[in-house]
Design a binder for this molecule. Structure first.
Ligand code: 13P
Length: 287
């Protein structure tokens, strides 16, 4: 069943959990993520990042995301992750995406406000929610392993977050408080007090990017302080690769690719399920 961003965030607030937002740029990830959510009976966000256009174009994978979301037995949001321009945002909305992120975090503040507010206006016309971003995170949505350290100087300022949310009308806010995209080179040091201040000042749910590689305790503490959506990608597709490797190591007679794709799907589903089990109260079934 296809639902909107606000519905998913309301579920997270009601259940004091965070919703998993998993990047699904390949069909294996898409099927695996829905399978994991259905097994746990929890809502999920299926996301396509603009930087993943080189893996699959939104115009190719997007219709599959929307169609599988509609047919899933659990509520699914279909979301643009790190949208870089308004044209891309419109493309997703036209395909039936119910949620978009406009990432203006590298723009000067005023331009970020203007562009994000415009995204909110466009998305309103489709009944879709918008995630904005303030504060810069290192790494990228391609699991870039070169930059696995957060820069405290670039953390989100709660007072600026308040202004940003008031002026843009975003549904939720991605913020920088110690996570990075991709693999960590050093143990992450998350600023939980900052998450609490951001939630209080911004007045909307906080989104954690860079969900791979954190401990269960770190997820739980962030959720306790107000994180309601956690983006997850690198570890899921790394698990897929490990699953494919295991198959090839153990079965020298494999000679067609679909067998490898199936092994990857299974491994991704199992990894995403373990992540979800931690961030949802999995005892709570979807109403
Ligand atoms: P990871 O790849 O670190 O899990 O981060 C994913 C993400 O934040 C996508 O926006």
């Amino acid at each position: 069943m296809l639902i909107g961003l606000k519905d998913a965030l309301d579920y997270a607030e009601d259940h004091q959990c965070a919703i998993a937002a998993v990047n699904t740029p390949i069909f294996e990830s898409l099927v695996a993520t829905i399978r994991a959510a259905e097994q746990l009976n929890v809502p999920v966000i299926l996301a396509h990042a603009q930087s993943h256009e080189k893996i699959n174009r939104i115009t190719d994978i997007g219709p599959a995301m929307v169609s599988l979301a509609e047919r899933a037995s659990v509520p699914c949001v279909v979301h643009i992750d790190h949208g870089e321009d308004l044209h891309y945002i419109r493309t997703g909305l036209e395909l039936g995406f119910t949620s978009v992120m406009l990432d203006g975090s590298r723009m000067p503040f005023e331009r970020n406000v203007e562009t994000t507010a415009e995204a909110v206006q466009i998305a309103d016309g489709y009944g879709a929610g918008v995630e904005g971003e303030l504060g810069v995170m290192t790494g990228n949505e391609n699991g870039d392993p070169d930059q696995g350290v957060a820069d405290e100087a670039l953390y989100t300022d709660p007072a600026v977050a308040k202004q940003f949310v008031e002026r843009t009308g975003v549904t939720c806010l991605a913020a920088s408080f110690g996570t990075v995209h991709g693999l960590y080179h050093r143990e992450p040091k998350l600023n939980f007090d900052l998450v609490r201040s951001l939630r209080r000042e911004a007045g909307v749910p906080i989104v954690m990017h860079g969900g791979s590689g954190l401990s269960n305790e770190e997820y739980r503490r962030c959720i306790a302080e107000g994180v309601r959506k956690i983006n997850y990608y690198t570890y899921s597709v790394k698990a897929g690769l490990d699953g494919a490797r295991r198959l090839l190591d153990q079965h020298s007679d494999v000679f067609v690719y679909p067998d490898v794709a199936s092994a990857a799907t299974e491994a991704i589903a199992s990894n995403v399920k373990a992540f979800m089990t931690c961030i949802y109260d999995a005892d709570q079934a979807v109403a």
